[in-house]
Design a protein around this ligand. Sequence first.
Ligand code: PHE
Length: 356
Amino acid sequence: MDELRTKYLEAIAAAADESALEELRVQAVGKKGEVSLKMRELGKMTPEERQVAGPALNALKTEITSALAAKKVALADAALDARLATEWLDVTLPARTRRVGSIHPISQVTEEVTAIFADMGFAVAEGPQIETDWYNFDALNIPGHHPARAEMDTFYTHRAERDDRPPHVLRTHTSPVQIRSMEKNGAPIRIICPGRVYRADYDQTHTPMFHQVEGLALGKDISMANLKWVLEEFFTAFFGTGVKTRFRASHFPFTEPSAEVDIQCSWEGGTVKVGEGDDWLEVLGSGMVHPNVLKAGGIDPDEYQGFAFGMGIDRLAMLKYGIPDLRAFFDSDLRWLRHYGFASLDQPTLHGGLNR
Ligand code: PHE
């Protein structure tokens, strides 16, 4: 019995894995195991011998069984320790840095402008960037021979004489949305339309794609005085301070009378500053909507009248945030975008503030 005990306890202690342990269990205490066979011999013994051998064999069986169980637990612990060691992970390490994008000044200023006009009751309207020449020109009282078509440096998608489709252009201004809004909603109306426009032009203050916001207000007795108030109110809110404006008599085929509006600025030191100096930057064209335009939009000019304006969003952004060169807006230079961009979760609102 001592021999059996030594043999199995040593083998159990040396077992490398669970299957080795299982083999030992079968050999020792399985149905035909060595200990079990010994137990069967108890029947042949005298009662005296059995009284000694029985409990001893039982004790041996218990001892081997519990050694097997203990070794099984020890092997599982060791396996877990090994796995934990390979899967170890330092949760105190700093996280990977994530690059955060920024809002482009044009998007920022568009939001600011929209918030101000929305507060004055203007809804946002939209139209396509590829327009028919009817919406871009004819409906706006610019007939085919009119010099304004040439002056605008229009991009044509194709020439009329080359196929049967009506000529399409990249819209040269947001004014075609005036007509589309009149057709859709009739009068009275109060809308703005921010969006992209295109003209073949390129220098420090012109790019072939730029942004305008159109304004249109029609009613029974809307006048030039309302136009002036709305624009002055807008500039004060937008620049966050009183700003000198200059209304110059001008001409547009789609307004009568017409006025261009300039904003006081200085260009000292290569950056533009608004509200000082004695330079002016033209930021918009405006006037009372021409009766022919109302008619083209399906509105009776004897019943309704009103004003329209078209403002350069890029110019406003340059003025407000001191950005000297318009071309850089569209170069996608990351250094420029990081410098002039705005926090993406900090949208401009009237209650949260419009100036950054
Ligand atoms: N569409 C004109 C432009 O692009 C601006 C404008 C709009 C003028 C509305 C008068 C009325 O220059």
